[in-house]
Design a protein around this ligand. Sequence first.
Ligand code: SF4
Length: 393
Amino acid sequence: MSSFLIQNARVTSGADYDDVAGLEGLTSNRDVNVMRLPNDVDLSQITLVLDRIDTLLIEFPSFADGRGFSVAKLLRDRYNYKGLLIADGELIPDQYAFAMQCGFDAVRVSQDTFSIQTEEDWRNSLEDFGLTYQRGYAVKIGPALSVFDARFTALDSRKKDDPYFGYSAEHALRKAIEAYSGKIALVSSMGVDSAVLLHMAARVDKNLPIIFLDTEKHFRETLAYRDQLVERLGLTNFHNVNPSTNEVKAEDADGELYKNNPDLCCNLRKVRPLDRIIGPYDARITGRKRYQTPDRKDMPILELGGRQAKINPLAYWTAKDVTNYIKHYDLPPHPMWSLGYLSIGCQPCTTRVAENEDPRAGRWRNFDKSECGIHYIDGKWVPIPEKKTHEVF
Ligand code: SF4
């Protein structure tokens, strides 16, 4: 193929648009319904004919020249152009999502341009705008003329705080598994949307260590769901981690510690067991998302700074993104989701969530507690209840 058309997250031949005329077509006697425009076009020249042009190609002579984005925005917003808009020229995968946001329907690149990037780059760029689009990817940009530079300035500054900023979830997962090879594990609660991350992990590496903290206080439905997911996704390195029998006997003999001291109960049944198993790992993957609680609104995809890195591939996902993914891959729902349990932990500390409530409002409902509140300090997980944290189980 001499050129490629990237549209609706699919790559096809772009040859149909090889011989499209430019503005000179307006002065010919032919009926013009497809036209190519330079990126410094004066749009007032074509306003009278816009409604009879089905397809417009906007030229991108260099990937560093972003004026075509502004032309697309003007066409859509000011001139209300409804036809097909194609960004045509030297674009790179990183610009695909942004082009869509500016109003383009498709991107057309030459074979040379297409081959400069790896297929993985293009695949990830398609994901970014398709199934797993991360809202944080598209930083609000400045004046139209400097749209390209402004976006990249903003992107660079965001990347200082979060080196994985802008990655799609699967790309972040792949990068983390590569970067922390053999020293990374995924901790799953087997909750309402755990299937998403587990499914993604299975696509990348079925032998990734998966850790489930079996507090011995879970709903039976959660345990059945755990077994179902492990089998269906073919996870070959699954670890069911229980609390120490001796510690439970000594500290929670009647099994009702959660009633009077949930922090200690979480410490006994989650923190210490996690501490024991997680030691050899340098990084762990979580399914936490920014929208879930106000405490997580600034959570990055890659959290560095502690003794152990945390990777939150779904940080920017919305509830709708999760639902779309589950539907797309036909993943089984948690059996209690349809009963109004939007965040599921241990049975005694989980209640249904009412409409318009925070999805995690049902957790520890009668306690001033929303997270387990633990930090990894000097090689140990320690509870710091007064400090807000992105931590959770
Ligand atoms: S969530 Fe409740 S039952 Fe589970 S460990 Fe924490 S306090 Fe105990």
